[in-house]
Design a protein around this ligand. Structure first.
Ligand code: AMP
Ligand code: ZN
Length: 112
């Protein structure tokens, strides 16, 4: 399958990794939208939040716990934002489930 994040998970495409274990990878976004912009992905190919189900959704909790730990390690003591874009209207551009960890500046609400 021609999926850029599967290739990053497999180490076939280079990335600036922050964390990796048997289930997930976290790496810096190539086009950062905040002073800290890390992407967290499951190693398993899940196309979007719409493809989560009873068998594969446990990894989302693991991603959130890891994001909170990375935020602490990167000193995002004032807070941070975790974003999942789903589908066209959600602004999803890569068809492999990912969560943006954004921090280091004050975030706006509502998002654009
Ligand atoms: P989304 O728009 O939510 O689908 O987010 C996709 C994100 O992946 C964007 O923020 C891109 O900058 C980022 N991205 C795309 N290709 C790469 C890559 N090879 N390494 C790191 N980040 C990437
Ligand atoms: Zn994939």
């Amino acid at each position: 399958m021609d999926c850029i994040f599967c290739k990053i998970a497999a180490g076939e495409i280079p990335s600036n990794k922050v964390y990796e274990d048997d289930q997930i990878v976290a790496f810096y976004d190539l086009d950062p939208q905040a002073p800290v912009h890390v992407l967290l992905i499951p190693k398993e190919h899940i196309a979007s939040a719409n493809e989560l189900n009873d068998r594969n959704s446990e990894v989302v909790g693991h991603i959130y716990l890891t994001a909170a730990r990375i935020a602490k390690e990167l000193h995002l003591d004032n807070g941070y934002r975790i974003v999942n874009n789903c589908g066209v209207d959600g602004g999803q551009t890569v068809g492999h489930l990912h969560f943006h960890l954004l921090g280091g500046r004050s975030m706006k609400w509502p998002p654009g």
